[in-house]
Design a protein around this ligand. Structure first.
Ligand code: SF4
Length: 365
C-alpha cells in the first residue's frame, strides 16, 4: 500500500524496499514535502525492526560537577569554578545519590558533568568504585566521549588508558552526549573548548572496541542545515557497521533558554514540531538495518510531542530522568515516574516495557 503512495520519492521507495540510503537520499528526505508520508515510512520500518513495543529505562541522572573549562554557546549548565552556584560532588555525596536512585527503582545511574579542570583520573575511579562497593547491581552509564577525551588530555594519558582504568573501576556503558553535530562548520559555532567531531567518534570507537557500549546523540534545532544532519547520521552508521557498539540514537532538540546562542540572538526560537518529527523519521530511515533503537527524548520534546514522535519512527522514551539538571537549566521540566511513561505509551496504543541499559525487557505493563 505505502509502496504505491511514495512513487514521488526514490529515497522512500528504497527505504521501504529495505535498501540502505545514501547521503543524497538523506538530503532528499530532509526536503521531501510530504511529512505524513515520511512518518508513515519511518513507522513501517520501526514496526518491521522492533514491533509495537516502546521501551524506557528507570534512570537516575547525576551531574557530578557543573564546573567546566569549556563554554559552549548552546549550554546553559556550565559554571566557572569561582561562581557561587558552582559545585562538585564528593564520592560520599554520589554514594548517597545512588542510594536515593535505588529507592526510586532506578536500574542505572547516568553520570555526566562539565570538563572540570582540576579533577584527577582517580576522582572518577573512586566514584565508580564507591558506587559498585555499596550497590554492585547498579549499572553505571557515565562520562560522554567528550569528557573522556578531555580527561585523557588533562591527565596526559591516552584515551585507551583512561577507558581501561575507568572500566576496571566499574564503568559499564557510556551515554551519548557531547556528539552535538560532528560537522565542523556547525560544531565550531556551537561548542567552545570541546573535542572535534572526529575526536568524539575516535574516542567512542575505542570504547566500543574495549567492550564499553554507548548511546549516541544528535543535537538539532539550532543553526544547522540539512547536510549537517545527514553527515551526522552517516558517520554514526559508519562506526556502527564496524563496532555494533551503539545501543540507541537519541536526537536531542535544542533547548533555547539561558544559552549564549539565545543571548546573542543567533537562535531566536526553538524548532517547529514538524521539523522535530522529520528528524525522528529521517534518523530511523538512515539508520535502518544498522541501529534498531531510535529514542525520543520526552524531556526535550515535551510529553505530547514525544507521543507523536513515537509514530514517526521512535521506539524508546529513553528513561525517567530522575533528577535531570541539564535541560532543567535551559527551562524544561524533567521528572517523570515509571507509571507516567507507561501510560504515555498506552495512550497511543503501543506496548510499554521497562528495559535495562542494554534494551533487555525487565517488566511489561
Ligand atoms: S556542553 Fe558540556 S562541555 Fe560544553 S560548556 Fe556545557 S558542560 Fe561544558
Amino acid at each position: 500500500m505505502l509502496e504505491k503512495l511514495v512513487k514521488d520519492s526514490k529515497a522512500l521507495e528504497k527505504a521501504i524496499a529495505g535498501e540502505e540510503l545514501t547521503y543524497d537520499d538523506g538530503m532528499e528526505l530532509m526536503s521531501y514535502d510530504n511529512i505524513y508520508m515520511l512518518g508513515a515510512a519511518a513507522d513501517l520500518i520501526r514496526q518491521k525492526s522492533v514491533g509495537q513495543q516502546v521501551t524506557f529505562a528507570a534512570s537516575y541522572y547525576m551531574n557530578y560537577t557543573n564546573v567546566c573549562a569549556a563554554s559552549c554557546q548552546m549550554c546553559a549548565f556550565y559554571r566557572k569554578g569561582t561562581e557561587s552556584d558552582a559545585y562538585t560532588l564528593t564520592a560520599k555525596d554520589i554514594e548517597g545519590r545512588v542510594t536515593m536512585a535505588k529507592n526510586l527503582g532506578a536500574t542505572e545511574v547516568h553520570i555526566v558533568g562539565g570538563f572540570h579542570p582540576e579533577l584527577p583520573l582517580e576522582y572518577y575511579e573512586e566514584m565508580f568504585k564507591t558506587i559498585k562497593k555499596s550497590h554492585p547491581e547498579m549499572h553505571i552509564k557515565a562520562l560522554t566521549a567528550a569528557e573522556v577525551f578531555f580527561i585523557a588530555r588533562l591527565t596526559k594519558n591516552s584515551v585507551k588508558e583512561v577507558l581501561t582504568r575507568l572500566k576496571t573501576a566499574g564503568l559499564d556503558t557510556m551515554p551519548g552526549g557531547g556528539a552535538e553535530l560532528f560537522h565542523p562548520d556547525v560544531r565550531n559555532k556551537i561548542v567552545r573548548g570541546k573535542c572535534s567531531g572526529q575526536e568524539w567518534l575516535d574516542t567512542i570507537e575505542q570504547a566500543h572496541n574495549l567492550g564499553i557500549k554507548s548511546n549516541v546523540t544528535m543535537l538539532f534545532g539550532h543553526i544547522e542545515k540539512p547536510e549537517h544532519i545527514i553527515d551526522h547520521l552517516v558517520k554514526i552508521r559508519e562506526v556502527q557497521k564496524r563496532t555494533k557498539g551503539f545501543l540507541t540514537l537519541i536526537p536531542l532538540k535544542f533547548s533555547l533558554d539561558n544559552t549564549e546562542l539565545e543571548k546573542k540572538g543567533l537562535v531566536t526560537s526553538e524548532s517547529a514540531s514538524t521539523y522535530d518529527l522529520r528528524i525522528t523519521a529521517v534518523s530511523r530511515l538512515m539508520l535502518a538495518n544498522q541501529l534498531d533503537n531510535i529514542s525520543v527524548y520526552w524531556v526535550a520534546l515535551g510529553k505530547k510531542l514525544a507521543q507523536v514522535a513515537l509514530t514517526y519512527g521512535g521506539n524508546d522514551l529513553v528513561g525517567t530522568a530522575f533528577s535531570e539538571e541539564i535541560y532543567k537549566a535551559a527551562g524544561k521540566g524533567t521528572n517523570s515516574s515509571i507509571i507516567e511513561l507507561a501510560n504515555m505509551i498506552k495512550e497511543i496504543g503501543r506496548e510499554p516495557a521497562q528495559r535495562d541499559t542494554f534494551f533487555k525487557v525487565l517488566k511489561k505493563f
